[in-house]
Design a binder for this molecule. Structure first.
Ligand SMILES: [Zn+2]
Length: 357
């Protein structure tokens, strides 16, 4: 369903372009360093390591690929980026009349790194999946009443999504062995938004641990009743700059380095969130063909999504003020069915993600 081409090179190019802008100061000082007395054409490096070079002449950035491992660089820059998140200090590679020349010390470093092939320590499986049933306690979310056989029942978003979340947890636990699956709330309690994302962050032992965040909600349009139906998934737009790098790490690095790393992680989260959202929509389309998904994956600005420094999506599971949707959302059967479809989408995404790490 997803291929490698969805994931890295293009995105990385944008990021590196940014990295090149950010670290001009560092490049300036590195240019004065005594190096390049012995430098080698990058072609020799490719021959020696079997790596493949992807060079973008327009942005003047390159990626060396060895299997699924990558080292990204920009000529003149004293930093290369290994597998999107590890910074490697190097003597800058030089671009000279259409040729890339690698200083001796950098050549040795790259031979060592590229020769490693896939280091199992670099595999970063998904550590945890946080399922966040929206609202709770004194915050009921949206609600509507239905009268069936003379009896009126009011359906509250907080209850609908809690039941879905429990099913989602059970389904995901069956589908995936690796990640810890946790709910932000297990009962009808009020939970401030900040606590939900802080809880998710607390599951990481290491700031680079992969934790996914999935928030469940029920939609409502401003009208009493609406023709709008179906599922919508939200993610955060790339333009919404966040501080994704943990503060203690950021503080230990030079400002320009931490800002590069920050941008790399952020870029990756946006792409990952969209891919996860698409996987969920694909699964719903396949498993619940009656449920409309045309509203698609959308850019959002919800607090929960914005504050989650990890691949995160917010799923609106249907409209409470659409008669057809409410009839479905009112039943335990549909809550279980949509949870199962969401689980299968997330599981597909996780398997794809771990394969490409
Ligand atoms: Zn909601």
């Amino acid at each position: 369903m997803f291929t490698l081409s969805h994931r890295s090179p293009f995105n990385l190019m944008c990021v590196l372009l940014l990295a090149a802008t950010v670290s001009t100061g560092a490049a300036e000082s590195a240019r004065n360093a005594p190096d390049s007395s012995v430098s080698t054409d990058i072609v020799d490096l490719l021959e020696q390591t079997g790596a493949v070079l992807e060079w973008d002449e327009f942005t003047r950035t390159g990626v060396l690929w060895s299997g699924l491992d990558s080292i990204s660089f920009a000529p003149g820059e004293p930093i290369a980026v290994v597998n999107f998140d590890e910074l490697l200090r190097i003597e800058p590679i030089v671009y000279d009349r259409g040729r890339l020349r690698v200083p001796g010390a950098t050549f040795a470093t790259l031979v060592e790194r590229l020769g490693d092939q896939i280091d199992p320590l670099r595999l970063r499986p998904v550590k945890a999946i946080v399922i966040d049933p929206g609202h709770g306690g004194r915050d009921p979310g949206t609600f509507r009443s239905l009268t069936v056989d003379g009896e009126t029942i009011t359906y509250y978003e907080k209850d609908i999504v809690l039941e879905m979340a429990r099913h989602l947890k059970a389904e995901l636990s069956m589908l995936l062995d690796g990640p810890e699956i946790v709910l932000t709330r297990e009962s009808d309690v009020y939970l401030p938004l900040k606590d939900r994302t802080e809880f998710a962050h607390s599951l990481r032992d290491d700031p680079l641990d992969n934790v996914l965040f999935v928030s469940l909600h029920v939609n409502a349009s401003p009208l009493p009743w609406t023709d709008a139906r179906g599922v919508e998934i939200y993610y955060l737009p790339a333009t919404q700059r966040r501080q994704v790098l943990e503060e203690e790490i950021a503080a230990s690095l030079e400002p320009e380095v931490s800002s590069i790393l920050n941008d790399l992680k952020e870029e990756e989260y946006t792409v990952e969130s969209v891919l996860m959202g698409k996987a969920v929509l694909d699964a719903i389309a396949r498993d619940l063909p009656e449920t409309p998904i045309e509203r698609g994956v959308r850019v959002a600005n919800f607090f929960v999504v914005r504050e989650a420094r990890m691949p995160s999506i917010l799923i609106e599971t249907g409209f409470i003020n659409n008669r057809v949707d409410l009839d479905l959302l009112a039943t335990s059967e549909y809550r279980r069915e949509i949870a199962a479809a969401i689980a299968s989408g997330i599981a597909a995404y996780v398997r794809d993600f771990e394969q490409l790490q």
